[in-house]
Design a binder for this molecule. Structure first.
Ligand code: C2E
Ligand code: CA
Ligand code: CA
Ligand code: CA
Length: 274
């Protein structure tokens, strides 16, 4: 479209539509009922040696009456800008731990945190409060944190991660291998798990370098006593290669897409029967 008179091309129709939706999402986020509309879906994490589901990753979802389902890829960055992310994280953590109550004791839940959640002790203390109020065993909770959440303030991140570990929870470095300093973080911070990013898994057969990277990452984790989980496994071939490399925990569409809380127990029953 052209601005009348200026003669300058501003936006294509598609770009304009995307922007309108983005603005609508932003407006809805600040006025919506977060408590009502935010919920989590759960994706199984499978242990290969025991052929068991050992945990589920909780992934945030937003269902808005006007806008429908909104992806975390769009609402999480917006919520980080508006400052609502810490409230959303607490709501999602509480709902995840409520779901966890119904699961077998040997199944854990893995919750994603944002940079803002670990940016000050105040927000960490409030998250610890949610865990305490839920009555959940902290040993059954993993917190996933990406490298971008750490680069902002290393010392603060270290304090926050120690608070989570002292509670008894596990802390996983998410999207491992995609950032610039993952290697230095894993030995300077109290992580006890890492999640190998799905971009490596996606290319594990087609790219010799991805294969070698995953192989080295798994060896490194093994040497350092860190548990590794490979993300984004979509095919039997990817699974076979990961198994050959000694990877013991995997997650991906090959086993299941994320599912609503009410599907978790039936899914566990069906999986056990195999
Ligand atoms: P992530 O933490 O790396 O989560 C994995 C994403 O990959 C999820 O997308 C999941 O549905 C998707 N996925 C799982 N298996 C496969 C697979 O086999 N193939 C492919 N192509 N994708 C797979 P989702 O749920 O859309 O979440 C996207 C990202 O949004 C997450 O990436 C995470 O960074 C962020 N996110 C999601 N939920 C939350 C949350 O509650 N809090 C925060 N802070 N961030 C969240
Ligand atoms: Ca994650
Ligand atoms: Ca990830
Ligand atoms: Ca990711």
């Amino acid at each position: 479209k052209r601005h009348k008179g200026s003669g300058v091309v501003v936006f294509s129709g598609a770009q304009e539509q995307a922007l309108t939706r983005k603005h609508a999402i932003e407006r809805a986020l600040v006025s919506c009922d977060l408590e009502d509309e935010m919920y989590t879906v759960f994706q199984p994490i499978v242990e290969l040696r025991s052929r068991r589901i050992v945990g589920f990753e909780a992934l945030g979802r937003w269902a808005n009456p006007q806008l429908g389902e909104i992806s975390p890829m769009s609402f999480i960055p917006l919520a980080e800008r508006t400052g609502q992310i810490t409230a959303i994280s607490r709501i999602l953590l509480r709902k995840s731990l409520k779901a966890l109550k119904d699961w077998p004791d040997d199944v854990y839940v893995s919750v994603n945190l944002s940079a803002h959640d670990i940016a000050n002790s105040e927000s960490i203390i409030r998250l610890l409060g949610v865990v305490n109020e839920s009555g959940a065993n902290p040993e059954r909770i993993d917190f996933e944190i990406t490298e971008t959440a750490i680069v902002q303030d290393f010392e603060q991140a270290k304090t926050a991660l120690n608070m989570l570990r002292n509670l008894g929870a596990n802390v996983a470095l998410d999207d491992f291998g995609t950032g610039y300093s993952s290697l230095s973080y894993i030995h300077r911070l109290p992580f006890n798990k890492i999640k190998v990013d799905r971009s490596f898994v996606a290319e594990i057969e087609s790219s010799g370098s991805s294969f070698k990277i995953v192989k080295s990452l798994l060896m490194l984790c093994n040497d350092m006593g860190l548990k590794a989980i490979a993300e984004g496994v979509e095919t039997a071939d990817q699974l076979r290669v990961l198994r050959q490399l000694g990877c013991n925990k995997v997650q991906g569409y090959y086993f299941s897409r994320p599912m609503p809380a009410e599907d978790v127990l039936p899914f566990l029953d069906r999986f056990d029967a195999h």
